[in-house]
Design a protein around this ligand. Structure first.
Ligand SMILES: Nc1ncnc2c1ncn2[C@@H]1O[C@H](COP(=O)(O)OP(=O)(O)OP(=O)(O)O)[C@@H](O)[C@H]1O
Ligand SMILES: [Mg+2]
Length: 244
């Protein structure tokens, strides 16, 4: 993926969620993992990358093109992205099938028949064909997240953005969703994900960024960052989260 951040800053009042972040995703990276303490700026960065929010200062370049702050071009940027957030993604009053079909029709302008065909194929792919007619409340947490993933991928996004996709799930459902994401990674889907699952980040990411206090403290290939961190902050963080 070709992403470059220059002086990227996002403030909420006096607090900096991101402060002058400079970072370029190294060449050849397909899966980028964001890790770091709560409040470090991961979700803020993912929202900016997806065009859901605009920075107060600085720039994002996507495939060497400056991401606009204007609403219209941002909207077309958003269409190239698939999103999955930690939970409560789905429309509760719609079935799994309708949840996947709706954005294809309404956002991507596909005809109803084609939208439904794509949606059914996507649900099939994630082994959800039997659940197409169920509403979210009738599905397990893991199944809901797989439906949300099917929806995020139905329009074949250039980039998939996952913000802690498993943090609301129990261990078994976490494994179920992580398996599906790992499969997407193997298939070559470009993904930026934030996660508290260090083992998973290590297994699927080509590059890991440690964000804390709105800054990139350290980044590198997972083997380097997890086994030989250079900064005391990363070492301390890993010592805390990998203890159990
Ligand atoms: N809408 C908002 N209004 C005010 N402050 C916000 C808002 N969104 C985020 N922040 C602040 O910005 C900082 C970064 O938050 P962010 O959600 O990006 O962190 P995070 O790394 O995703 O944390 P977590 O691991 O808990 O999800 C935090 O201090 C947070 O309180
Ligand atoms: Mg977050």
């Amino acid at each position: 993926m070709n992403i470059e951040l220059t002086g990227l800053t996002r403030r909420y009042g006096d607090a900096h969620a991101l402060r002058e972040v400079n970072y370029r995703v190294p060449e050849g990276v397909r899966v980028l993992g964001l890790i770091g303490p709560s409040g470090g700026g991961k979700s803020t960065l993912l929202r900016l990358l997806g065009g859901l929010d605009v920075p107060d200062a600085g720039e994002i370049r996507f495939d060497s093109t400056l991401l606009s702050r204007e609403d219209n071009p941002l909207r077309s940027h958003r269409r190239r992205i698939g999103f999955l957030f930690q939970a409560f993604n789905l429309f509760p009053h719609l079935t799994a099938l309708e949840n996947v079909t709706l954005p294809l029709r309404e956002v991507h302008g596909k005809p109803p028949g084609e939208s439904e065909k794509i949606a059914r194929d996507c649900l099939d792919r994630f082994r959800l064909a039997d659940h197409a007619g169920k509403r979210p409340a009738e599905l397990s947490g893991g199944q809901q997240q797989r439906v949300a993933l099917a929806r995020a991928l139905a329009h074949q996004p250039k980039l998939l953005i996952l913000d802690e996709p498993t943090s609301a799930l129990d261990p078994e459902m976490t494994a179920e969703v992580l398996d599906v994401i790992a499969e997407l990674c193997r298939e070559g889907q470009e993904i930026v994900l934030s996660t508290h699952e260090m083992g998973f980040a290590r297994a699927v990411a080509d590059e890991v960024v440690f964000l804390a206090d709105g800054q990139v403290i350290e980044h590198g290939p997972p083997a380097q960052l997890f086994d030989r961190p250079e900064s005391a902050a990363v070492e301390k963080f890993l010592g805390r989260v990998m203890r159990y």
